[in-house]
Design a protein around this ligand. Structure first.
Ligand code: NAP
Ligand code: MG
Length: 404
């Protein structure tokens, strides 16, 4: 059989632990036999990051800017235990953080739905995609405990030395205060990434803040979104038949619960942090959640939303069998291949990516799955496979589909 040819290479970012093991098997079993894969390979495994003083992470992000599409394996974000385990020169920063800072992107997390894994919320028929603003607010706050009686003020000193001053509170006794900030440029990038992704996926876009209470801070988010929408996107949205919808966060939460799903929910940093955990657990499993970083200039980096599945990796190292779910990592590959196919006008590549997704899901729907899904499925008598055998089952389904 002729393998599908590619034009532009994908930026391939390899990673750590169990997901690195799965990465290799996915390529061997599901991609290389069908696609004449072209990649620019970057090893973001912790060992290599340490050897290169993390230069490799920066290089991979720069390459993504150049080529436009990347696929990334989960990577370890070092903590004190990892510094010891890998004998690190430094506690290197989170690769995702480094890449996101260079690409200035927004992360979109989307649950993968499959028959037999039913969302807790009965009326959710399609995925709800969460877009989380990844800069500022409470994550870059300054806070202090107030020891006792006194006045807390908000002061801004402009470049020319002029001051603006507001009283936060006249304290009669002990309390707490907090200063938060955001910058218009970052909010604008967030807005553009959301609008672009909505157009790209033809999904409606919701955005919500607490602008009724926060009349300057949250209202700025609302205004920036509205202004950019009207100036740059309104016509394109009309053409695509999708809508942009702003509402109060309380109203959004109520509507989300009553909805059928199928839209993108853009959230401020904190809301996105909290709501994405709610959405992913309500849809079923972190192992069935994909993630794509979209830059305002239209660069894409696909990955699984879960980590390196450390616990399974240690079992694997001991020679024990693991049943780690490869679906989100497979979908990172299919997302990237499909996008590459669109950009380079290779319909066969898009077609292959979609087939591989279908084959993965129909394998599960036929009752063959990994242990995590077997525990939550409502299919009768599911058959549990180890990671490699499950991927081989997907390959069988894929080959059967190719011959149909
Ligand atoms: P994790 O890798 O997401 O795994 C947490 C637990 O979730 C696992 O122990 C497993 O539960 C379950 N799980 C996650 N993915 C699964 C899958 N594909 N199949 C089956 N079960 C799955 O999180 P972690 O163990 O807290 O973190 C491990 C490392 O990943 C850390 O070093 C962290 O820095 C890194 N991390 C990386 C990324 C990224 O690169 N995007 C994201 C998050 C974390 P059971 O053990 O109960 O089976
Ligand atoms: Mg969280």
């Amino acid at each position: 059989m002729d393998r599908i040819k590619m034009k532009t290479p994908l930026v391939e970012m390899d990673g750590d632990e169990m997901t690195r093991v799965i990465w290799e098997i996915i390529k061997d079993e599901l991609i290389n036999p069908f696609v004449d894969l072209k990649t620019e390979y970057y090893d973001l495994g912790l060992k290599k990051r340490n050897e290169t003083d993390d230069r490799i992470t920066i290089d991979s992000a720069e390459a993504t800017k150049e080529y436009g599409v990347a696929v990334k394996c989960a990577t370890i974000t070092p903590n004190a235990a990892r510094v010891k385990e890998y004998d690190l020169k430094e506690m290197w920063k989170s690769p995702n953080g480094t890449i996101r800072a260079i690409l200035d992107g927004t992360v979109f997390r989307s649950p993968i739905m499959v028959k037999g894994i039913t969302p807790c919320v009965r009326n959710w028929e399609s995925p709800i995609v969460i877009a989380r603003h990844a800069y500022g607010d409470v994550y870059k706050n300054v806070e202090m405990k107030i020891p006792g009686k006194g006045k807390a003020e908000l002061v801004f000193t402009s470049e020319d030395g002029k001051q603006e001053r507001f009283v936060i509170h006249e304290f009669e006794g002990p309390g707490v205060i907090q200063g938060q900030h955001n910058i218009n440029k970052s909010i604008e990038s967030f807005a553009r990434s959301c609008f672009n992704y909505a157009l790209d996926t033809k999904k409606e876009l919701w955005f919500a803040t607490k602008d009724t209470i926060s009349k300057q801070y949250d209202h700025t988010f609302k205004d920036i979104f509205q202004e950019i929408f009207e100036k740059e996107y309104e016509d394109k949205f009309k053409e695509s038949g999708i809508t942009y919808f702003y509402t109060l966060i309380d109203d959004a939460v109520a509507r989300v619960m009553k909805s059928k799903g199928g839209f993108i929910w853009a959230c401020k940093n904190y809301d996105g942090d909290v709501m994405s955990d709610m959405i992913s657990s309500a849809f079923g499993s972190l192992a069935m959640m994909t993630s794509v970083l979209v830059s305002p200039s239209g660069v894409y980096e696909y990955e699984a939303a879960h980590g390196t599945v450390q616990r399974h990796y240690y079992k694997h190292l001991k020679g024990e069998e693991t049943s780690t779910n490869p679906i989100a990592t497979i979908f990172a590959w299919t997302g990237a291949l499909n996008k590459r196919g669109q950009l380079d006008d290779i319909p066969a590549l898009c077609d292959f990516a979609q087939k591989l997704e279908k084959a993965s899901l129909s394998t599960i729907e036929s009752g063959r799955m990994t242990k995590d899904l077997a525990l939550i499925t409502d299919l009768q008598d599911p058959k549990v496979y180890n990671t490699k055998d499950f991927i081989k089952e997907i390959r069988k389904t894929l080959e059967r589909m190719a011959n149909e």
